[in-house]
Write a protein that binds this ligand. Structure first.
Ligand SMILES: [Zn+2]
Ligand SMILES: [Zn+2]
Length: 325
């Protein structure tokens, strides 16, 4: 497992076994993703497929450009794919304020030109921007690198789309994948457990979840590498810069996992069997890496050893060293 980026400004992780290499989320610009892969010696041409956990911008910002450039399939749930297509289609990106402004402009022009009644053009579909999202997960701007003709015709065009469903296992090359539902405010968000058949190793990704429900606790048993969210320190979030509504969103059952909640899982539900636990999606505004690490260390203090339960932090700004078992 190689974490290329983790946090509310972009997420991407490579999971590889044998000749199969999967990119989980593509939440940075294509150019940046390629740069980070080069920095850690990962060959983009060796990627087999891209898997998407959910449609928030910090998980899909570079998706279309990267998938088209590499010519590889993208795996979504159907609902996540639909939500992403809606997001990528230009006619749906207008905010209500912009639509109102445009309508007033057109209205004034029409009145000037003979008082004819005007209507909003039929193709205008409104998508009111979610204020609370914009702080955490910024809106998607067109990628200046994306000058392919196909992008102009259909920004959501992909080389191939494959659907999976949470709870239904599937395989890509040498890796078996078990997607599981996570509680988060997206269309159909998922975490994954990856089973490398030949090495008999299991790797799991569980970030972007408001709390850890029983199905996630079950999924995270017997894993060798665990990427677990440790998003915020509760005190820092409460005293921090976010508006009240965003604090409520982060804290909610469909928000993000706090250091305390991650520690609670590690001390009470985690089976202690992992070689490495990676703490990820660490907030830059409401957390400190040291606080996340300390909470997790205290939670598994008596179980850390040379062979197991090594704790590492995933970074937003740079790729982390590959975890090789
Ligand atoms: Zn996220
Ligand atoms: Zn999210």
């Amino acid at each position: 497992m190689t974490v290329l980026a983790s946090g509310s400004k972009g997420n991407a992780t490579i999971v590889a076994a044998g000749k199969t290499a999967l990119l989980v989320d593509a939440g940075l610009r294509c150019r940046e993703l390629l740069k980070r892969m080069a920095a850690v010696g990962e060959d983009p041409a060796a990627l087999t497929a891209i898997l998407i956990t959910h449609e928030h911008v910090d998980h899909v910002a570079g998706l279309s450009v990267l998938a088209r450039r590499l010519g590889i399939p993208v795996y979504f749930t159907e609902q996540t794919h639909r939500a992403w297509v809606r997001m990528m289609t230009p006619k749906t990106t207008m905010t209500y304020a912009k639509w109102l402004e445009m309508r007033e402009r057109e209205h004034a022009a029409a009145q000037a030109a003979e008082n004819t009644p005007i209507h909003a053009p039929a193709h205008t579909v409104m998508a009111v921007a979610d204020e609370s999202e914009s702080v955490l997960e910024p809106t998607l701007e067109p990628d200046p690198d994306d000058d392919t003709p196909v992008a102009k015709k259909d920004p959501a065009a992909l080389p191939a789309v494959e659907y999976f469903r949470a709870g239904n296992n599937f395989s890509i090359g040498e890796i078996d994948i078990a997607p599981f539902t996570i509680p988060h405010d997206a269309a159909d968000p998922c975490g994954f457990v990856f089973h490398a058949r030949s090495e008999s190793l299991r790797m799991a990704i569980a970030t972007d979840l408001g709390y850890i429900p029983p199905n996630v606790k079950m999924a995270l048993k017997n894993v060798d590498v665990l990427l677990l969210e440790s998003n915020h320190d509760l005190e820092m979030l409460k005293d921090g810069p976010y508006p009240w509504s965003v604090k409520q969103r982060v804290l909610s059952r469909v928000g993000h996992l706090s250091n305390a909640a991650a520690a609670e899982f590690l001390s009470h539900d985690y089976d202690g069997g992992a070689h490495t636990i990676v703490l990820g999606h660490i907030s830059e505004s409401n957390n400190l890496p040291e606080l996340a690490l300390l909470a997790a260390e205290q939670a598994i203090a008596n179980r850390m050893s040379l062979l197991g339960n090594r704790l590492v932090l995933a970074s937003q700004s740079e790729p982390s060293a590959s975890i090789c078992l």
